[in-house]
Design a protein around this ligand. Structure first.
Ligand code: AMP
Length: 299
C-alpha cells in the first residue's frame, strides 16, 4: 500500500438553506478515501462505534478502499452537525459528539504501515502524531487541521508540523495559526514552522499552493448547483494526494496537476449530500472535468 489516510469516520447531520440530512456518512478520512480511490488504492485508519452501518463499510470496500485499519469499538460513532448559510461560506457547527473517537488510540496495521504517501486528516494533533509514529517509510506526509485544534492543542500541532511535508489550511486557519491577516505572509510564516508546502483553501475562490519554489493559484471549478459543501476540503486533499501517489512524484509540475485534480474532485463532492456524488464519479468523468478546468484557466 502506498497511500494511507488517518482520520474520522462519522455520521453527520447537515442543514442547508434548501434541505437537510441526518445520519449521513461523513468524516474527514471517509471523504478523503472516496476522493483518493479514483486515483490510487488507499488504506484507511480510523475508529467506528457499533452503531456504524455495515452497509457503509461494504460500500467503502467496494470503492477499493482498504478498511483493514478501521477499528470497531463498543460505543457510538463520531457525530458532527453543521448548518450552512445561503452564501455557502458560512458554516455553523451545531454539535461535535466525539463518541468512540474521544479515547481512540490509533493503530496502523502492518499491511498499511509502510505507506509512502500519508494524509493525517482532521483529528487531534496528538492522535495524528501517534499514527505517524507507526508509519515506517513515509516519503510525503500532509496534515489537515482546524480552528478547534489551533485553539486547544497548538503546541502539539506545532510539534507535528516539524515532521510533515505539507499542510492544507483554509484562510481562517492560516490567519489563526500565524496571527497574519495577509494570506501570502501567513503562508510564508507556515513554511517557517516546518512544512515545505502549504495549500491554502479559499472555498469557492479556489486554492493556492505555496512553497519556496512554487506559487500556484487556481480558482474553484464553477459549480452551478451546490448541494452540500461538507467534505470539500477533505475531498480536495484526496484528489491531490491520490494523484501524487499514482504519479509517485512530487515535483513542481506534478504538484500543479495535483491542484487541478484536487479542485475537480472537490467540485464533485459539493454537488451532492455526503459522499453521494463523490462516490458515484469515475476516473473518466474526473479527466473530462480536469480538461475543462484546464481550458478555462489557461490563455
Ligand atoms: P470539511 O467540510 O472538509 O471540513 O469536512 C467535514 C467533515 O469533517 C464532516 O464529515 C465531519 O464529520 C468531520 N469533522 C467535523 N469536525 C471534526 C473534528 N473536530 N475532527 C475530525 N473530523 C471532523
Amino acid at each position: 500500500m502506498s497511500l494511507l489516510v488517518i482520520g474520522t469516520l462519522a455520521l453527520d447531520k447537515v442543514e442547508t438553506p434548501y434541505a437537510a440530512r441526518d445520519e449521513a456518512l461523513g468524516g474527514s478520512a471517509t471523504f478523503f478515501a472516496y476522493a483518493a480511490a479514483n486515483f490510487h488504492q488507499v488504506g484507511l485508519v480510523g475508529v467506528i462505534g457499533t452503531d456504524f452501518p455495515a452497509s457503509e463499510m461494504a460500500r467503502l470496500e467496494a470503492a477499493g478502499v482498504n478498511t483493514g485499519g478501521v477499528e470497531s469499538v463498543e460505543g457510538k460513532t463520531f457525530r458532527w452537525g453543521g448548518r450552512y448559510e445561503a452564501d455557502w461560506n458560512t458554516r455553523h457547527t451545531l454539535f461535535t459528539d466525539l463518541g468512540v473517537f474521544e479515547h481512540w488510540d490509533p493503530k496502523v496495521p502492518s499491511g498499511l504501515a509502510d505507506s509512502r504517501f500519508v494524509f493525517l486528516a482532521n483529528a487531534a494533533p496528538a492522535v495524528q502524531a501517534k499514527a505517524l509514529d507507526q508509519c515506517t517509510s513515509p516519503e510525503f506526509v500532509m496534515v489537515d487541521t482546524m480552528n478547534l485544534w489551533i485553539e486547544i492543542a497548538k503546541d502539539d500541532l506545532l510539534a507535528l508540523l516539524k515532521r510533515v511535508d505539507g499542510i492544507v489550511l483554509n484562510d481562517e486557519e492560516a490567519r489563526m495559526l500565524t496571527g497574519e491577516n495577509n494570506l501570502i505572509r501567513a503562508a510564508k510564516k507556515v513554511l517557517e514552522l516546518g512544512p515545505k508546502y502549504v495549500v491554502l483553501k479559499k472555498g469557492e475562490h479556489g486554492a493556492f499552493l505555496v512553497s519556496e519554489e512554487v506559487h500556484f493559484s487556481l480558482p474553484a471549478y464553477p459549480v452551478e448547483n451546490v448541494v452540500d459543501p461538507t467534505g470539500a476540503g477533505d475531498s480536495f486533499a484526496g484528489g491531490f494526494m491520490g494523484y501524487l501517489a499514482s504519479a509517485r512524484n512530487t515535483d513542481a509540475a506534478t504538484l500543479k496537476r495535483a491542484m487541478l485534480y484536487g479542485t475537480v474532485t472537490a467540485s464533485f463532492c459539493v454537488e451532492g449530500f455526503s459522499v453521494e456524488e463523490l462516490a458515484a464519479r469515475h476516473r473518466g468523468q474526473v479527466e473530462a472535468r480536469f480538461n475543462e478546468l484546464s481550458m478555462i484557466t489557461t490563455f
